[in-house]
Design a protein around this ligand. Structure first.
Ligand code: AMP
Ligand code: MG
Length: 329
C-alpha cells in the first residue's frame, strides 16, 4: 500500500527535530569562535552535517526503504577528513538523538543510504547554511519530498529563528512544514501545537520586505539592490542564512526572497530549495526562476534548467519579475 503523504510528513518532522538535536549538541560542545570549530576538509562542513544526515536517513531507511534520496553529504568524505574525536562525537550525538546506542558503521551506512526508485524522493540538506551555523546565526535542517520530480511537501527545522523576526530576543526555534493541498504550518521546535501559516497579504510595493543571503558570494547583492530600487520595494532588506528565508516568506514575516545566480556557471543545488518551495507554495506563495518559470527539480542534484530563484507571497511576484526584466536579467 502506498503510504499517505501525511504519514511520510510525520516521519519527516520527527527526523528533522531529531537532526536539530544533533546540530545543537555540536554547537553546545564546540569552542565559542567559528574559526575554532572543526571543519572537515575545504568546504564548511562539520560533524553536525553528517550526524544530522545520518539521523534523517536512518528514519527514511527504516520507514520508507523504497523511497529515493538526494542528500548533500557522503560518508567517504567524512572518513577521509574526520579525526577519531569527530567520529566519537558523531556516534554519541546520533545515539543520543535516536535514544539508543549506535555504531560508527551504522552511522556511516545511514549517511550513504540512497534508497530505491519509487515515485517519492527525499531531498535533504542536513545543515543548510553551514556558514550561518558556524557563526551561531541562522541555519536550517531541510527535508523536501518530491513526487515524480515535483516538490509536494517539506519540513524546515530552524533552531535559531526567533519566533518574532523583529525581536531578536524573542524565544527561538521553529519547525515549518507544508503539504500541497493541505497548507503550511509552524510549531515550536520544542513541541506545542502547530498553527497554520500563510504568506503575507501585502501587495503595495512600499511595504514589501525583502530577504537575501548573508554571504554575498551566494547571490548578486548589486542586482537585488537594483530590483529594490526599480520596483520601489520599501519594507527593508534583511540578510539571513539558509532556507529559514522560505519559512519567513511562508509565515508572512517577509514578502520576497530573491536569489539571483551568483555566477553564470553556478547551478543551485536542489536541496537548497526543495523543502522551502513546497512549504511556500502550500502557504499560498509562489516560487519561480528569474524568468517566472517553475523550478525544475527533476534533473538530479542541481537546478540545471533555472537561472536564479524568486520566492514571494505571490501577490508581488509579477512586480519583481518586471523589475528584474527592466534591470536586464
Ligand atoms: P544561503 O545561506 O541562503 O546563502 O545558502 C546556503 C547555500 O548556498 C549552501 O547550502 C550552498 O549549497 C549554497 N552555495 C554555496 N556556494 C554557492 C554559490 N557560489 N552560489 C550560490 N549558492 C551557493
Ligand atoms: Mg545548503
Amino acid at each position: 500500500m502506498t503510504p499517505a503523504l501525511e504519514d511520510i510528513l510525520a516521519v519527516a518532522r520527527g527526523a528533522a527535530r531529531a537532526a536539530s538535536i544533533v546540530c545543537l549538541g555540536v554547537l553546545e560542545e564546540a569552542p565559542a569562535t567559528p574559526e575554532a570549530m572543526a571543519k572537515l576538509g575545504k568546504e564548511p562542513v562539520t560533524v553536525a552535517d553528517y550526524g544530522s544526515q545520518a539521523v534523517i536517513l536512518q528514519a527514511v531507511a527504516s520507514s520508507f526503504p523504497e523511497h529515493g534520496v538526494i542528500a548533500e553529504e557522503g560518508a567517504a568524505h567524512f572518513s577521509a577528513h574526520a579525526a577519531a574525536a569527530g567520529a566519537e562525537q558523531m556516534v554519541r550525538l546520533v545515539g543520543r538523538a535516536l535514544g539508543r546506542a549506535v555504531t560508527l558503521d551504522q552511522v556511516l551506512g545511514w549517511i550513504d543510504h540512497r534508497g530505491g526508485t519509487g515515485p517519492y524522493t527525499w531531498v535533504i540538506d542536513p545543515i543548510d547554511g553551514t556558514k550561518g551555523f558556524l557563526r551561531r546565526e541562522q541555519f536550517a535542517v531541510a527535508v523536501g519530498l518530491l513526487y515524480e520530480g515535483e516538490p509536494v511537501a517539506g519540513v524546515l527545522a530552524c533552531p535559531h529563528l526567533p519566533l518574532d523576526l523583529s525581536d531578536a530576543a524573542s524565544p527561538r526555534g521553529l519547525l515549518f512544514w507544508g503539504e500541497r493541498g493541505l497548507g503550511a504550518f509552524a510549531e515550536g521546535l520544542e513541541g506545542g501545537p502547530a498553527r497554520p501559516v500563510t504568506a503575507s497579504g501585502v501587495d503595495a510595493a512600499g511595504e514589501v520586505r525583502v530577504l537575501g543571503s548573508v554571504e554575498s558570494a551566494h547571490g548578486d547583492p548589486a542586482l537585488v539592490q537594483a530590483v529594490i530600487e526599480r520596483a520601489g520595494l520599501g519594507g527593508g532588506w534583511v540578510r539571513l542564512d539558509s532556507q529559514v528565508k522560505y519559512g519567513a516568506v511562508a509565515s508572512g514575516m517577509a514578502e520576497v526572497y530573491l536569489r539571483p545566480r551568483s555566477r553564470p556557471d553556478y547551478r543551485d543545488c536542489v536541496w537548497d530549495h526543495a523543502a522551502g518551495t513546497a512549504i511556500v507554495e502550500a502557504a499560498g506563495g509562489r516560487v519561480s526562476d528569474l524568468d517566472g518559470r517553475p523550478l525544475d527539480f527533476s534533473l538530479g542534484a542541481r537546478l540545471e534548467a533555472n537561472r536564479g530563484v524568486l520566492v514571494s507571497n505571490g501577490r508581488v511576484h509579477g512586480l519583481v519579475l518586471e523589475a528584474l526584466a527592466a534591470a536586464g536579467r
